[in-house]
Design a protein around this ligand. Structure first.
Ligand code: F1P
Length: 350
């Protein structure tokens, strides 16, 4: 049935996150012992498409948890513009994020950094027998996150949970690591409680433009949600940092604009001000918050209610937005399992 794989993959995230916690919990201590972050000039996270956006979130999270300078880059930049993107001195630790472990750009970038900068390479993904797993120094793999669908949903969040465990272990943040154990049950409740509301919102033909707002570690996730909406439903969708949206892009807001906003802890008040202004311009606002603000500048609210800090609750913001994109695609008669023009892995002629 049209979209069946995508729906099942979205709905299976609770079990997949439990598996990610298990696999990453087993692998992370050995990786951190072998490659202590303090030994490197920076942490560099690379990926393509969804995994580029995941790299951006991982870099922000690494900075927050460890204080080690971290950056997220598209894999292509790392080898096509080395002087613009790589350090001249120092030795970075490279984390190559890739569901398949077969994306040519990420393989080339990992080889180049190892050969040119002597960078140790760690890969995070979902396929144990991949080229990246064979060629990298260490790997965290969550096979349970594998998908039939082209668009990443549970694979993405399984890699995010794995990165949270890896970076929490590197930071020695035991309380943070303990808090992650709540994620599988939290996402189970979230999916059963919010999927219908997100299906209805996705079905609503009133919207022709979808804006996703996220700041700090949430920006990469806003970009991923934007990509899901684009890949699955072929809709006009864009992602911005909350405050950046005011500096020009807000000019496109009409009463057919849906803004999905991820509320942080760090910039909560400023983010709420932006949403209030956008509603005055006619936008409809879907707000994802851990606890409901009062007053609440939103037309639709998803209250996560975890009590977890922003660095721990990161993956929870995605499943409702995955359902939103899925429902938009289904409402338009599209098949989210097979997005137009897309392949599950981009393999280039070398
Ligand atoms: C990277 C990627 C995906 C995208 C599509 C094409 O794959 O760009 O992010 O959704 O499937 O490939 P990978 O390196 O994460 O396997």
């Amino acid at each position: 049935m049209r979209g069946q794989h995508t729906w099942n993959e979205i709905q299976s995230q609770s079990d997949v996150w439990a598996a990610a916690l298990r696999h990453a919990g087993e692998a992370a201590p050995g990786i951190v012992d072998a490659f202590p972050l303090a030994d490197y000039s920076e942490a560099l996270f690379i990926g393509c498409g969804s995994t580029h956006y995941l790299s951006q979130t991982a870099a922000a999270l690494c900075n927050q948890l460890t204080g080690v300078r971290s950056r997220g880059l598209p894999s292509s930049e790392a080898f096509l513009f080395p002087t613009a993107s790589l350090p001249r001195g120092g030795r970075p630790l490279l984390v190559a994020v890739s569901r398949s472990g077969e994306t040519t750009e990420t393989i080339i970038a990992a080889r180049a950094l190892r050969e040119n900068l002597g960078a140790p390479t760690i890969t995070v993904g979902n396929y144990p027998d991949s080229t990246l797993v064979r060629e990298c120094d260490a790997a965290i793999i969550v096979p349970e996150g594998r998908e039939q669908s082209v668009a990443q949903t549970r694979s993405f969040t399984s890699m995010l949970v794995s990165l949270q465990v890896l970076l929490g272990t590197a930071a020695g943040a035991t309380h943070y690591l303990d808090s992650l154990a709540a994620l599988p049950e939290a996402v189970s409740g979230l999916l059963s409680g919010q999927s219908e509301a997100m299906r209805q919102l996705g079905d609503d033909p009133a919207y022709d433009t979808f804006i996703f707002l996220g700041s700090g570690p949430f920006y990469g996730l806003a970009c991923e949600a934007m990509l899901k909406m684009k890949e699955m439903s072929l809709s006009h969708s864009e992602a911005f940092h909350h405050m950046e949206f005011r500096h020009g892009p807000k000019s496109i807001v009409t009463n057919r604009t849906l803004i999905a906003a991820i509320l942080s802890d760090s910039a909560r008040d400023q983010e709420l001000r932006v949403l209030s202004e956008m509603r005055d311009l006619g936008a409809t606002v879907l707000l994802i918050a851990d606890r409901a603000p009062s007053p609440c500048p939103a037309d639709h609210l998803i209250e996560l209610g975890t009590g977890l800090p922003e660095t721990a609750r990161l993956p929870l913001v995605l499943p409702p937005l995955q359902v939103l994109a899925y429902s938009r695609a289904m409402a338009k008669g599209l098949n989210p399992d097979r997005p137009t023009n897309l392949d599950s892995v981009v393999v280039l002629e070398e």
